[in-house]
Design a protein around this ligand. Structure first.
Ligand SMILES: NC(=O)c1ccc[n+]([C@@H]2O[C@H](COP(=O)([O-])OP(=O)(O)OC[C@H]3O[C@@H](n4cnc5c(N)ncnc54)[C@H](O)[C@@H]3O)[C@@H](O)[C@H]2O)c1
Length: 403
């Protein structure tokens, strides 16, 4: 029998990740019977794709009561995830949430309490775990290629086009996203937690905003009609095919501007972040994220007792993708890997397959539950706290209350 799903937050991500795939590839096992978003234009884009079997609602609870879905798919603005997850659980459904699961400790606790009282569960869609590239690294670690992991250095650069995009949209305000250490780094912290099979013990961090502070570069309210639209390094100069139906045509409903100038004052998130995390088994993670590189990608160096794994991946810019092992006997190996086709290095396709076709085996534990979402979020939450106070934040006590 088909499972029934409803969606909250008719976002671009929800459309490209779930709506298109469920309609085009999984219609035999899943149907989306209802959608809710405060913006009726975006909800209409969903309905147009899904078809007559889908009802647009103007209230979440009414949708759940009417549709009695098996699960709610939560793809709204990060700071609202917890509200809908808790309501879904309390109203008798499971929840499937985009990352980050949520972004404050109190919100994590509310979700855990709702899971306990309802008996329903939350799945977090950490698509990076499903990238064949990371699966290869996970297998190497499981085979003890480097032995015990002592240190990981993970450096992540976002280009001015992609990093700058976060300075244009709802993410630019802490109240919506709690910053990139939650919104973006939740992927990266989760990957490390999953690779290590370990939990973070404490975290300290530093951050500032060094690039998007330059308000002299703000020559217009928005890219679309800016005098610098053809020369500005962060300009949304090539509109994706989503931008018109999801944002420009929907602007009159809620006033949400998708291409606000990245240099316009008012944003309060950081663009330059450095985080250190000590894990229970002794691994020390040193992590950086910046939003102003000319290139986009990362370098991960995993140093163990028997050798070093070096993973490089550059989405655009000058870098290449490579996976190397340096043994302590002087050996050097280029490890064969697949960088998957499609969005997020093949991760999106694999994740949807595993969640919606229930017979797919999961030997590497790629499907993430709510606790994984909370552990990753708590690193970002602790890091934000450390940036504010200048102190190291102990995470174990928080995590113990979330088990
Ligand atoms: N896993 C990934 O790789 C990945 C990539 C991109 C985005 N995401 C996640 O997907 C989600 C959506 O991101 P996006 O950039 O596509 O967003 P978006 O800006 O396209 O859409 C956000 C939607 O939320 C709606 N919304 C606003 N307030 C709401 C409320 N109170 N209740 C319900 N809906 C509300 C808006 O009307 C809009 O339709 C976010 O959680 C984001 O973190 C994940």
């Amino acid at each position: 029998m088909k499972k029934r799903y409803v969606m909250v937050g008719c976002s671009c991500r929800g459309y490209s990740m779930f709506v298109e795939r469920l309609v085009e590839k999984y219609a035999d096992v899943a149907e989306i019977t209802g959608v809710y978003d405060p913006n009726y234009v975006r909800a209409g884009v969903y309905k147009e794709k899904i078809g007559d079997g889908c009802t647009i609602y103007d209230d979440f609870d009414t949708m759940i009561k009417a549709e009695k879905p098996d699960a709610v798919v939560v793809t709204t603005v990060d700071s609202y995830h917890h509200e809908y997850i808790v309501r879904a659980l309390d109203m008798g459904c499971d929840a499937i949430s985009e990352k980050p699961l949520t972004n404050t400790y109190e919100r994590c606790k509310a979700i855990r309490d709702a899971e306990k009282r309802s008996g329903h569960k939350v799945t977090v869609t950490f698509n990076c775990r499903f990238m064949p590239f990371f699966a290869t690294i996970k297998e190497l670690l499981l085979k003890e290629k480097v032995g015990k992991v002592l240190a990981i250095n993970y450096e992540y650069c976002l280009s001015r086009w992609h990093g700058g995009d976060y300075m244009k949209r709802w993410h630019r305000l802490m109240e919506n996203s709690e910053g990139l250490l939650l919104h973006k780094s939740t992927h990266h912290f989760d990957i490390i937690n999953w690779l290590l099979c370990d939990e973070p013990k404490k975290v300290c961090a530093l951050a500032n905003r060094v690039y998007y502070n330059d308000t002299s570069k703000c020559l217009g309210e928005r890219c679309r009609d800016c005098v610098a639209k053809d020369t500005c390094e962060t300009a949304v100069s090539q509109w994706g095919h989503w931008d018109k139906p999801f944002y420009f045509d929907a602007e009159h409903v809620d006033g949400y501007i998708r291409d606000r100038c990245a240099f316009k004052e008012g944003h309060d998130i950081y663009d330059n972040m450095s985080v250190s995390v000590m894990y229970n088994k002794g691994t020390l993670l040193t992590y950086t994220l910046n939003l102003f590189s000319e290139h986009e990608g990362y370098r991960m160096v995993i140093t163990g007792e028997k050798g070093v794994i070096i993973a490089n991946h550059w989405d655009w810019g000058a870098g290449e993708t490579s996976l190397e092992f340096l043994g302590y006997n002087g050996s050097h190996e280029n490890i064969p890997f697949v960088y998957g086709e499609g969005a997020h290095g093949g991760g999106d396709e694999m994740l949807v397959k595993m969640i919606f076709s229930e017979d797919v085996p999961d030997p590497l534990g790629q499907q993430a539950d709510s606790f994984a979402g909370m552990v990753s979020a708590m690193i970002g939450i602790g890091a934000n706290e450390s940036i504010k106070t200048g102190k190291t934040v102990e995470l174990t006590e928080y995590l113990d209350t979330l088990r």
